[in-house]
Write a protein that binds this ligand. Structure first.
Ligand code: NAD
Length: 94
């Protein structure tokens, strides 16, 4: 049964690949990303371009902290959260 899935961080390494696989399987993907500059944004644009125009793909540039945007996007049945900042600083014990 085809699902409608909200996928955050869709321009990122992991979620972009997940989106592609879900679309291959005939699901609908609402992809959300704020396109932050944690690393070269051209890489994110390149990944996003591979999804843009594919049947069943809808992109929303927004932050997952933006409740109104997420509420509007929330027509999905499932959510996968791939949005997050890589390389979170480690704590050091003294
Ligand atoms: N890549 C790995 O091997 C790996 C391993 C373990 C855990 N993780 C974690 O999984 C998550 C995704 O990893 P990745 O490699 O795909 O990272 P990534 O940085 O390539 O992708 C994350 C995406 O989320 C987006 N994003 C970040 N904060 C956002 C926000 N507030 N609102 C909307 N979009 C936001 C970014 O713009 C980016 O496109 C990260 O939290 C990472 O730490 C990754």
């Amino acid at each position: 049964m085809p699902l409608k899935i909200l996928l955050t961080g869709v321009a990122g390494f992991i979620a972009n690949r997940v989106a592609s696989m879900l679309l291959d399987d005939g699901h609908t993907v609402v992809g959300l990303d704020n396109m932050n500059d944690a690393y070269d944004i051209r890489l994110k644009e390149y990944r996003l371009a591979a999804l843009t125009g594919r049947d069943g793909f809808h992109y929303l540039r927004a932050d997952i902290a933006d409740r109104a945007a997420v509420r509007d996007a929330w027509t999905a049945g499932l959510a996968y959260c791939g949005g997050g900042r890589r390389g979170r600083p480690r704590t050091t014990a003294s």
